[in-house]
Design a protein around this ligand. Structure first.
Ligand SMILES: [Zn+2]
Length: 230
């Protein structure tokens, strides 16, 4: 008997000439049955997605981000030395974690130079990395070398070592920049960081070298950027 009723009910639904969702008010409820709510789009949203679509979405969520990593160890003729750890997720901005010790207190120009060549010390890294042929500027400027990363500041965070009468200051900072990718045509892997003796005037100092080097003075330490394991 139950089977017969079920068959009759199924036939009644399948042979109905008009969809109940189109012919009924926006909201109604039949006691003992489910409630319906229009519009049809809302009803369609309740329907479970095809199994194949669920599988695709699940796969996309499981993909690990593509993170590239690199590192540079800075050394030079002075007591200044440091480490720069770099990372880039996909085609996003590059993040630099910078730690440099042995600096005099204050600001020091910090740049990416064109070559990873230190055969003649930091001088053979040549000029600031400048693939677009622009003037020197600050990291926030539209007109800048891609290698213009501004200044690092030693001692501003209170970190310091005092050795008798000699004071070694630490510059520790994080930098994010969109012009120094770790892969592709503009990759900076194989180039070099240089930390300078003086403050970078970001091209605004009005000095002879302001628009080429920021008048940041001598090169205290440098390091070639190499790939690093993830
Ligand atoms: Zn520059």
């Amino acid at each position: 008997m139950d089977a017969l009723l079920a068959t009759m009910a199924a036939n009644a639904i399948s042979t109905s000439p008009v969809s109940p969702l189109l012919s009924l008010p926006h909201n109604f409820h039949i006691p003992g049955f489910v409630s319906f709510s229009q519009p049809a789009a809302a009803a369609a949203a309740v329907a479970p997605p095809p199994a194949s679509l669920v599988a695709v979405v699940a796969d996309q969520g499981a993909v690990a981000p593509d993170v590239k990593r690199a590192v540079a160890v800075l050394k030079g003729p002075s007591s200044v030395e440091g480490v720069v750890n770099l990372s880039q997720e996909g085609d996003g901005i590059t993040k630099l974690d910078v730690r440099i010790t042995g600096l005099s207190p204050g600001k020091h120009g910090f740049h990416l130079h064109e070559y990873g060549d230190i055969t003649n010390g930091c001088i053979s890294t040549k000029s600031h990395f400048n693939p677009n042929g622009l003037k020197h500027g600050g990291p926030e400027d539209a007109i800048r070398h891609a290698g213009d990363l501004g200044n690092v500041v030693a001692g501003s965070d209170g970190l310091s070592f005092h050795l008798i009468s000699y004071c070694l200051r630490i510059a520790e900072t994080s930098i994010v920049d969109s012009q120094i990718p770790l892969a592709g045509p503009g990759s900076i892997v194989g180039r070099a960081f240089v930390v300078h003796e003086s403050e970078d005037d970001l091209g605004k100092g009005g000095q002879e070298l302001s628009l080429s080097t920021g008048n940041a003075g001598g090169r205290l330490a440098c390091g070639v950027i190499g790939l690093k394991a993830s």
